[in-house]
Design a binder for this molecule. Structure first.
Ligand SMILES: Nc1ncnc2c1ncn2[C@@H]1O[C@H](COP(=O)(O)OP(=O)(O)OP(=O)(O)O)[C@@H](O)[C@H]1O
Ligand code: SF4
Ligand SMILES: [Mg+2]
Length: 326
């Protein structure tokens, strides 16, 4: 099946810290990332803070243009950010992020905000829009009387539902959800995750689900990408990746999360400094913290190896399957 979204060797480089006299340093926030999202499926993206998850999400939506590589949506290149074709395409791909209060306009009612994308894209006759807003409210589990409220009159979970209703108003094929539940109370998180799964089943929308929460990513994703310092270091079926992680970084991430019904791995505590993309280590960027590092790791950047189970791993150990730690 043709992917809905395809990132091929995409990089994004930022210049930071340049003052009046300094030139600053270059940060490769995303470094030659290749990913695909199939229609109606969920790609989960995990990794430590600063590893490039949000930047990847913005590149996927064309909110920023890549410095290298290409992003294709429905097998066509993304138009330039801000251009008229790009604005038209935005109805088909939407962003939901962590802070629902920041995403909503405090002065407008929930109904007005959900109707906004319909007005912008001229979807449906004016008379139909009210019905459409009512249906969207129902889909995300908000009551009809909550339509007339302002954002501050809703709970955090209800606000995030309103944000989702607005994102779904244009019936997009792709939703990029960047930490959509991390600002919510733990008791509400599961409800919002279940609602997203129901919406996906009903509408066939594809999701890019960015989260620190490995358990939730495992639950919702059809494909998972583990990022480290701007690169994808392991990617594959979440059940396989989470049960038998191959990359030592994935092993460390997963060792910190108890998985019900599965053998708990001894906790791997990563040593060394958290990564700084402005000062990328030589060879494998994970080598200063890797418990399994070999002499060649400091010098040689590992290529991506595809394992027989279909997953892709960027680690020298994966090049010699007998060396993979079980
Ligand atoms: N506009 C920018 N200018 C300069 N550097 C940036 C910019 N946006 C992101 N970065 C840097 O790029 C790297 C990746 O950032 P990004 O926001 O994608 O990480 P993340 O994985 O989403 O982190 P978090 O889990 O904290 O949200 C970080 O080092 C960040 O400081
Ligand atoms: S390439 Fe070497 S340093 Fe990098 S993750 Fe694999 S074993 Fe560790
Ligand atoms: Mg982020």
């Amino acid at each position: 099946m043709m992917p809905l979204l395809r990132l091929a060797g995409v990089s994004r480089v930022y210049r930071t810290g340049g003052g009046m006299f300094g030139r600053g340093s270059l940060v490769r926030a995303v470094d030659r990332v290749s990913l695909e999202v199939a229609p109606g499926q969920t790609l989960g993206i995990v990794g430590e803070s600063g590893c490039g998850k949000s930047t990847t999400g913005r590149l996927a939506l064309g909110l920023e243009a890549p410095d290298e590589g290409s992003v294709r949506f429905r097998d066509a290149p993304l138009p330039a950010p801000g251009s008229a074709p790009w604005r038209a395409m935005r109805r088909d791909m939407q962003l939901v992020f962590q802070d629902p209060l920041g995403a909503l306009d405090r002065r407008l009612t929930i109904a007005a905000q959900i109707a906004e994308p319909l007005d912008i894209h001229g979807i449906g006759a004016k008379s139909e829009r009210q019905d459409r807003v009512a249906a969207l409210l129902r889909d995300v589990g908000l009551r009809p009387d909550q339509a007339a409220r302002h954002p501050h009159e809703l709970s955090g979970g209800q606000r995030q539902r309103a944000v989702l209703a607005r994102a779904l108003a244009t019936d997009p094929a792709l939703l990029v959800c960047d930490e959509p539940i991390s600002a919510l109370d733990v008791s509400i998180q599961a409800q919002v995750v279940n609602m997203l799964a129901d919406i996906q089943a009903a509408r066939g929308v594809a999701l890019v689900f960015i989260s620190h929460d490995l358990k939730v990513v495992r639950q919702v994703s059809h494909d998972v990408a583990v990022m480290y310092l701007g690169r994808v270091v392991e990617r594959g079926d979440p059940d396989i990746v989470f049960a038998t992680p191959v990359h030592p970084y994935t092993q460390a991430l997963i060792s910190a999360v108890p998985v019900p019904g599965q053998r708990q791995r001894p906790r791997i505590v990563l040593q060394g400094e958290p990564p700084n993309p402005a000062n990328r280590p030589t060879g494998c960027a994970f080598h200063p913290r890797c418990p399994q590092a070999m002499p060649r790791c400091a010098a040689e950047d590992p290529a991506v190896t595809t394992l027989p189970d279909g997953r892709a791993v960027a680690c020298h150990l994966a090049e010699t399957p007998s060396r993979i730690a079980a």
